[in-house]
Design a protein around this ligand. Structure first.
Ligand code: ATR
Length: 282
């Protein structure tokens, strides 16, 4: 019998997850089907109750439900608790267990791009929203030489630092955007987790790269457009760049693995996503 998987979000119309997961089921010869469910915030509890009733095998959770879902689950993985958000739920013998594969997915993708050990790298995270929280938590858990968070609203960056340090010790600093810009030469990896540069505002950049060091890796979580203006500026300067397609694919692959025990072909997934994006970014 087909096992049913899903996505809970609002809106979900443009999600590429069904395409990616259904292709992986077919490619691996597995009986699974993934469907995107458009569920507004007020109906989240009913939707999860319905999923339980129908014994849905697992699901992803996206905007705006990643935090609210946590109260509706039976157990939450430790890293997801630290991040404060869940994007993947696994049905374990009728109990729903929450995980966060966003941060780990990002890390898996980043590690394919950098050519020195992460623990030797000074890392700057720009932004302090949900995405920044996932990325900063996983980087701190993994261990980096220095982790700095910069955000327009500095209090939100301090909240991420304080939240992390309430669980574990880590050397995290917080700076203003202008301090980060002036001292950009300190960092080996600079990560944009904000929406600055995302379609349709494709002419905006999160930070000037004037003071970046030649060996820096510029990493942008945005995948629409695949190459943001910021990354284009970096490439024009001969800097190494890393776009958000890898994170999207890897978070999906890790979720698929949690559900099925099988790690899908991420190169195939990347090709699918790139083709799909090509359709509406150019
Ligand atoms: P997500 O969950 O995707 O991370 P979010 O929680 O809304 O989204 O966070 C968006 C991040 O982008 C925040 O760090 C936000 O800065 P503020 O905390 O100051 O709001 C940042 N951001 C978005 N648009 C911005 C802009 N035009 N200039 C500076 N920062 C911006």
């Amino acid at each position: 019998m087909n096992k049913l998987y899903g996505l809970l979000g609002h809106p979900v119309g443009h999600s590429m997850s069904p395409l990616m997961h259904n292709d992986a089921f077919t490619h691996l010869g597995m009986k699974g089907y993934y469907h995107a469910f458009d569920v507004p915030e007020v109906e989240l509890k009913e939707a999860v109750d319905a999923f339980r009733l129908l014994n849905i095998s697992g699901f992803n959770v996206t905007i705006p439900h990643k935090v609210a879902i946590m109260n509706l689950l039976d157990e939450i993985d430790e890293e997801a608790v630290m991040i404060g958000a869940v994007n993947t739920v696994v049905n374990m013998d009728g109990r729903y267990i929450g995980y966060n594969t966003d941060g780990r997915g990002y890390l898996t993708s980043l590690l394919k791009t950098i050519d020195r050990p992460l623990h030797e790298c000074n890392v700057l995270v720009i932004g302090a929203g949900g995405a920044a929280r996932g990325v900063a938590t996983v980087l701190a858990n993994e261990g980096v030489a220095l982790l700095t968070i910069a955000n327009r609203t500095i209090t939100k960056a301090i909240e991420i630092k304080d939240n992390y340090q309430s669980y574990r010790h880590a050397n995290i600093t917080v700076v203003s955007m202008s301090e980060a810009e002036d001292n950009l030469g300190l960092y080996d990896i600079v990560i944009n987790t904000t929406s600055i540069g995302m379609s349709p505002n494709v002419n905006d950049v999160p930070i000037s790269i004037q003071h970046a060091k030649p060996s820096v890796v510029l990493s942008d979580l945005i995948y629409n457009p695949i190459l943001t203006k910021w990354l284009i500026q970096g490439e024009a300067k001969g800097l190494k760049t890393h776009n958000g397609v890898g994170m999207f694919v890897e978070q999906g692959a890790l979720a698929f693995q949690l559900w099925t025990g099988k790690y899908p072909d991420t190169e195939r997934m990347t090709e699918l996503v790139r083709k799909q994006l090509g359709g509406f970014t150019c």
